[in-house]
Design a protein around this ligand. Structure first.
Ligand SMILES: [Mn+2]
Length: 433
């Protein structure tokens, strides 16, 4: 028996841009192909939609795609039991075709009392939604138990999972589905997961997790933990350029085997970081242009769609240059017929004017007295040279303003003396004689 596992389709993402159909095309490819390959069940690991309240145009396309498994007609598997969910919670229509079982993700989560879009799809009979419950099926390969916990806020995830405390169904092949960051597998570095690999409930035969947008595999309690990753390129990070997009096909005959299937409709994506050192604006523009041309010459997989190119510029501009003079828009414009180019210059710093002008503007907006502004500038300058403050800059500044240079100098001497003392003490601690 075959089961398709799809995650993070993010339908409707990049709406209003040249990429607005990508999420739909990739989801359609995954579902149609999975059915052709003989999937009798489709598991969706959350973030079907990109937004909690999708626009009608997104709904219409989503429903059209999610009705494909239903239109396929009944197959051999039958639902035999439900744990912690009422049979009335979902429409019997959902079992008239290839069943789709889905979690809601963080993009769909809504406050208690509000219907999230995955629950709305369940109401239409297009899928069965799991959140702290289990469905048990009779299949050609035996009994199959699908357990699912939809997304909960990361800081509560460990407690919520422990409170649910799911147990594998005896005599069944048990699959656990989640949509959280787990251990080192995080969506972004700003996320602090509370669930570790060891916190996943034990005794299950297979763990499936959405939320992580790159495809990867791990093990939990000695069993496979699969992250299909998103079907659409959502983050445009290096990892999205390196790891292919796709879905899993599980085969439960005899024993579990699985295969990651790459999608063909995904846009080619090239990510490059360019590091500069005191570069002038003209030189920078030429280098960026040349890089785009170079990337356009790289091997392609998908000629149907314009490739995505993301350049991240880092390093420093020359002294007289300012970041705002670099006109990335005109470069993006130049290539509109060949590629969807994105250029981020936020990490390109100009030692010259720009930062200081902005800082001054910010200080002026805060209506600070002139000497406070000067202090702000002095502190910013010291930060720039990575000064790690053995001196209290404010005290020195005030002394200098009051023409008490001698005292200021004495303070500097005191600090130096103190530093030397600490250094000597540390040396003698390191080398006890
Ligand atoms: Mn997601």
């Amino acid at each position: 028996m075959k089961i398709a596992v799809i995650a993070d389709t993010h339908l409707g993402t990049k709406w209003g841009t040249a990429r607005e159909q990508d999420s739909f095309e990739q989801t359609r490819e995954a579902i149609e192909q999975a059915l052709e390959l003989g999937a009798e069940l489709i598991l969706v690991l959350g973030d079907i939609f990109d937004m909690r309240t999708p626009r009608q145009e997104v709904w219409a396309q989503a429903m059209r795609i999610l009705s494909i498994p239903l239109a396929k007609g009944r197959n051999e598997i039958t639902l035999s039991r439900v744990i912690d969910k009422n049979q009335d919670d979902f429409s019997p229509v959902a079992l008239r075709g290839t069943p789709v079982i889905a979690l809601h993700g963080n993009h769909e989560r809504r406050t208690r009392g509000f219907v999230n879009p995955v629950e709305a799809l369940e109401a239409a009979g297009l899928l069965i939604h799991l959140h702290h419950n289990t469905l048990i099926f009779k299949t050609s390969s035996g009994t199959l138990a699908i357990h699912g916990m939809s997304n909960v806020p990361e800081q509560h995830a460990k407690n919520v999972l422990a409170t649910w405390n799911p147990k594998p169904v005896e005599g069944a092949f048990n699959i656990m589905m989640l949509h959280q960051s787990v251990g080192q597998y995080v969506y972004s570095s700003e996320e602090f997961p509370t669930i570790d690999l060891a916190d996943l409930p034990s005794g299950f035969d297979l763990y499936l997790c959405g939320h992580i947008h790159y495809h990867t595999e791990a093990t939990a309690h000695g069993k496979p933990l699969l992250f299909p990753g998103s079907t659409e390129r959502t983050q445009l990070l290096q990892v999205e350029a390196e790891v292919p997009k796709g879905y899993y096909m599980l085969d439960l005959d005899d024993r579990l085997s699985y295969e990651f299937i790459e999608l063909k409709s995904v846009r080619d994506f090239y990510y490059e970081e360019m590091k500069f050192e005191s570069v002038g604006i003209l030189q920078l523009s030429e280098a960026v242009r040349a890089k785009v041309w170079e990337l356009l010459g790289r091997p392609r997989r998908n000629f149907e769609k314009l490739p995505l190119i993301r350049l991240r510029l880092t390093g420093t501009l020359s002294k007289e240059a300012s970041r705002s003079e670099f006109d990335e828009r005109s470069i993006i414009q130049e290539f509109t017929d060949r590629a969807l180019v994105a250029i981020s210059k936020g990490d390109l710093t100009s030692p010259g004017l720009e930062e200081k002008v902005q800082l001054l503007r910010k200080l002026r907006e805060r209506r600070l007295p002139i000497d406070e502004m000067a202090m702000g500038l002095l502190e910013a300058n010291l930060r720039e040279v990575s000064y790690d403050q053995p001196f209290d800059v404010r005290i020195l500044y005030n002394l200098l303003v009051e023409d008490r240079g001698g005292e200021a100098l004495q303070k500097v001497f005191d600090v130096v003396e103190e530093q030397v003392k600490i250094e000597l003490e540390r040396k003698s601690d390191d080398n006890p004689s």
